[in-house]
Design a binder for this molecule. Structure first.
Ligand code: EPZ
Length: 417
């Protein structure tokens, strides 16, 4: 296992280039199961989860390899329909092969994803939607067994917008017989990117990005030749790094229009943004002002940015209140931030942060992907040395993070445990 050692309180500067979006790459790679032939997906981030998804799809009979940041998948000979526990347990997003497999083969056997650090993460809405489309589903010794001769279009209402649930149903509906209407669909940019990728394969989808999405099933789809969007959460993470260290950095290959809610809050805290060619210049203030927020489904404040934003609020001028409305246990970073001197009180799903002048470096433990990111954000502004252990959590969602930080002038190095 690796750890990151960071000497904080350095003002950063320079340019950082954002990688492709992990949460667009995963569903779009799964969509390749819907069509025989060779698929070409560009701007793929080199991340553990992407390699796991590739292995999962290869395990079903596909060919998979990465050429630089391009994923090549040949899904002509899909024969196996089982996603084993050892693969699924390392990545919850494996559930994304359920819809495409059912649509392509008429059957799927996918290990139930366990919970994870941030919550129970049920998939009841995914299964409800597929059943409405005619799938016979049963749960047996930790697996979802699903069968459907041919999926039929249906009217599906989600009690709560679910990102991968919307993605699973959209992919299943693309090859179903008739029309599927998804109400209260998730509207995240990654869901939109998947819809655009499916349309490029010949799918008929209306209402992309709205909370009501209509999919008219077709008989056949053609292979992908698609370029995925940049990772808005990686871009947002670097914005909070500029904010907490008072740095002036330029973020290339980012889509500011995917981050309106976050940018709004960062502007309230004193960060200034200037559009530049193919990116955004971000200038952090001497000290951020305290700003409160709550996480909501898109276009609200993204839950995947809650921990990083909280790290920045730890040294803000004043007190802020952050409510986590999406997941039941997404405050794993709080105990670690407290070890750096942060003054944070938790009451249920709400954290009150009283800004202090300076965080102190400390040995810390990463627990989940975005909590680990928040520890890096805090360490870059802290006095002294911080060691973040178990950074395999971080490697799931950030491509070469220490190299990108070093290029900005940060004193950070990766060491073996
Ligand atoms: C996706 O997870 C992302 N993962 C998460 O990113 C992200 O935090 C989350 O959406 C919210 O934006 C991928 O896209 C691979 P949900 P997902 O279904 O789809 C409840 C990261 O850091 N729910 O939108 O699993 C659920 O419990 C990861 O990259 C049900 O009740 O999230 C939660 O409270 C972490 N039943 C809420 O909906 C269901 O069947 C939103 O979950 C499905 C979800």
């Amino acid at each position: 296992m690796d750890k990151l050692v960071i000497n904080g309180r350095k003002r950063l500067s320079g340019v950082v280039e954002i990688s492709g979006a992990k949460n667009a790459a995963l569903p779009i790679m799964a969509a390749s199961l819907l069509a025989a032939g060779e698929h070409n997906i560009a701007n793929i981030p080199k991340l553990r989860d992407v390699m796991t998804m590739g292995r999962l799809i290869a395990n079903l009979g596909a060919g998979f390899h990465l050429e630089d940041s391009r994923a090549i998948l040949d899904c002509t000979a899909i024969g196996n329909y089982e996603a084993p526990y050892d693969l699924v347990s390392t990545m919850r997003a494996s559930v994304l092969i359920l819809g495409p497999l059912l649509a392509r083969l008429g059957k799927a056997k996918v290990s139930l994803p366990g919970g994870c650090a941030i919550g129970a993460r049920p998939i009841n809405l995914h299964l409800m939607g597929l059943e409405k489309m005619g799938a016979k589903i049963k749960l047996e010794s930790g697996y979802v067994l699903a069968k459907a001769k041919r999926l039929k279009g249906a009217q599906i209402y989600f009690d709560t917008p679910t990102v991968t649930g919307t993605e699973n149903i959209m992919m299943a509906a693309a090859l179903a017989e008739g029309k599927t209407v998804i109400e209260n669909a998730a509207r995240e940019p990654e869901v939109v990117d998947l819809a655009n990728a499916l349309i490029s394969m010949g799918a008929k989808i209306r209402g992309v990005g709205d909370s009501v999405v209509e999919v008219e099933g077709v008989n056949r789809l053609s292979p992908l030749d698609y370029n995925i969007i940049p990772d808005r959460i990686e871009a947002g993470t670097f914005m909070t790094i500029a904010g907490i260290t008072g740095s002036d950095i330029t973020i290339k290959k980012c889509r500011p229009d995917h981050l309106d809610a976050l940018i709004n809050k960062l502007q309230d805290s004193g960060i200034r943004f200037h559009k530049v060619r193919n990116g955004l210049r971000v200038v952090g203030p001497e000290r951020p002002a305290a700003v409160s927020t709550k996480t909501m489904p898109y276009p609200g404040f993204p839950t995947d940015m809650q921990a990083q934003f909280m790290a920045m609020m730890c040294i803000a001028e004043g007190s802020s209140v952050i409510s986590e409305k999406i997941f039941e246990n997404r405050f794993m970073h709080v105990a670690e931030l407290r070890r750096m001197g942060a003054d944070i009180m938790i009451e249920g799903g709400t954290a009150t942060i009283r800004g202090i002048d300076l965080l102190k470096g400390a040995p810390l433990m990463a627990t989940d992907l975005r909590a680990s990111a928040s520890l890096i954000v805090a360490a870059l502004a802290a006095e002294g040395t911080t060691t973040v252990h178990r950074i395999y959590h971080l490697d799931r969602g950030y491509e070469k993070i220490e190299e990108k930080l070093q290029r900005l002038g940060a004193e950070v190095r990766r060491e073996k445990e």
